[in-house]
Ligand binder design. Structure first.
Ligand code: ATP
Ligand code: MG
Length: 286
């Protein structure tokens, strides 16, 4: 049987979330946790390859794997011929330039003639070129943030999420060059039969993601404010409304986006809603 080969990070920040997504998409696989090189889907034609994240763009470009889950930062850096076929919303981070807190930042021209330490020389090179800047790039493979402190560089270009690493190294972020999140990449020349499997897989990934971003909401509402409440909670198609035994009241069921959730609840209370229940959704298919 033909299987779609997906490459995911063997060990690191992306591995747990990648495996979780595959599991929540309902795909069981025999996970040989000791050697963990390959596992095979038991109920879906998927083969999982466990690799270092740096290698994933190349393996996908060379069709060793058909698709992969990797940070956009690695996709940008490696510049391989792959398509981003889905954004996954986890491992969000920025790629930023940072300098010592004691330095005065004077704008982009600050970097002219400076030494910048980074593990992402290609992205940095492109950025410097686009901005007509001439700086010296020092490529190092890890712990970039210590470079200014030990006199190896004047600035760094690295991944920033909360900024706490910068603070503990007395650095400050001065320019955001790019944003990154985990994405699914695919080889541009996927066979028609594998493309079919990919579409099924992405359909499941989307259902999982949507369910995480949304909650099922039930509440009791006075009929006089029902129209306003329906406007607030349009739901997937439109909300379900059932009369309560008490006259003048209805029960309303709908779906609400996690991001708006607290704003919506405040308004609902203003409109006299009571007995609000919010329930997680396991899968959401629209
Ligand atoms: P490997 O051994 O596989 O090469 P690594 O050490 O290069 O792993 P990790 O530190 O596990 O990589 O990070 C993997 C990816 O997670 C990064 O390429 C980036 O996309 C994302 N990432 C890294 N740091 C953060 C962070 N602080 N917040 C959010 N996402 C991050
Ligand atoms: Mg890596």
């Amino acid at each position: 049987m033909e299987r779609l080969k997906i490459a995911i990070q063997k060990e690191g920040r992306l591995s747990d979330k990648s495996l979780q997504l595959i599991q929540e998409a309902g795909i069981r696989h025999n996970q040989d946790s000791k050697r963990k090189l390959i596992s095979i889907g038991e109920n879906f034609p998927l083969e999982i390859l466990y690799l270092r994240d740096d290698d994933i763009p190349q393996y996908v470009a060379d069709s060793v794997a058909d698709i992969g889950i990797v940070g956009e930062n690695e996709v940008l850096e490696k510049g391989r011929k792959v398509d981003v076929v889905e954004r996954l919303g986890f491992a969000r981070c920025k790629m930023s330039l940072a300098i010592s807190q004691s330095e005065k930042y004077t704008g982009l021209s600050y970097f002219n003639g400076r030494r910048i330490a980074t593990s992402y020389p290609e992205i940095l090179k492109k950025f410097l070129m686009q901005n007509n800047l001439k700086a010296e790039i020092h490529e190092i493979s890890g712990s970039v943030e210590i470079a200014p402190g030990i006199g190896l560089a004047d600035a760094i270009f690295d991944i920033v999420s909360t900024g706490s690493t910068l603070i503990s190294n007395r650095l400050k972020e001065v320019e955001v060059v790019a944003n990154s999140e985990a994405v699914v990449i695919g080889t541009p020349d996927l066979s028609a039969s594998k493309k079919k499997i990919l579409d099924k897989l992405l359909f499941r990934f989307q259902a999982v993601r949507r369910s995480k971003n949304n909650k099922y909401i039930l509440l009791n509402a006075p009929n006089i404010n029902l129209d306003k409440i329906v406007q607030l909670l349009p739901g997937m198609k439109s909300p379900t409304i059932m009369p309560l035994y008490d006259e003048g009241w209805s029960s309303l069921h709908s779906v609400v986006n996690e991001n708006d959730f607290w704003n919506v609840v405040e308004k609902l209370k203003e409109y006299g809603a009571q007995g609000i229940l919010v329930i997680p959704i396991e899968k959401m298919i629209i």
